[in-house]
Design a binder for this molecule. Structure first.
Ligand code: INI
Length: 156
């Protein structure tokens, strides 16, 4: 049996990555950013291929991701942030709108936007996903971005 299967490699060459990184919950998000950059460098990107743009919070990510996608300067965008549930419904609005906005930017611009925004109930869950026992979701998002760049190159 021979089934044609396409999938993106996890080694990248000559691609530009834009990271849109929120400052809110910065002690968590800085670890996501380090994980993402480390992953990009170890999978073939150069430092000059990476640009970081900081925004105040997750709510601001979609607007800036869209501007980055439309600039034509990036092959992929990596959105990094941490939304942690509090005592009010604020979490649902910020997390929901951020996820929906990021997905819309990718769909509408054709530039892949990897979603490395934690949406968690507790600070402990955030710490677990920012480089401790549940891995580093920033690194996972960076790997997804690399795979999507290579897959889209194959699809043409
Ligand atoms: N922004 C976050 O990135 N994470 C959060 O947990 C968060 N909470 O919980 O309030 C948060 N709020 C700020 C929001 O993203 C905007 O920056 C703010 O509302 C101004 O537009």
């Amino acid at each position: 049996m021979s089934i044609k299967t396409l999938q993106g490699d996890l080694v990248v060459e000559g691609a530009r990555f834009g990271l849109v990184v929120s400052r809110f919950n910065g002690f968590i998000v800085e670890s996501l950013q380090s994980g993402a950059i480390d992953c990009l460098l170890r999978h073939g990107a150069g430092e000059s291929d990476i640009e970081v743009i900081k925004v105040p919070g997750a709510h601001e990510i979609p607007l800036v991701a869209r501007r980055m996608a439309e600039s034509g300067r990036f092959d992929a965008i990596i959105a990094l942030g941490a939304v942690i549930r509090g005592a009010t419904p604020h979490f649902d609005y910020v997390a929901g709108e951020c996820a929906r906005g990021v997905a819309a930017v990718g769909r509408e611009s054709g530039v892949p936007v990897a979603f490395g925004v934690l949406t968690v109930d507790t600070i402990e869950q955030a710490v677990e996903r920012a480089g401790t026992k549940a891995g580093n979701k920033g690194a996972d998002a960076a790997l997804t971005a690399i795979e999507m760049v290579n897959l889209l190159r194959q699809l043409g």
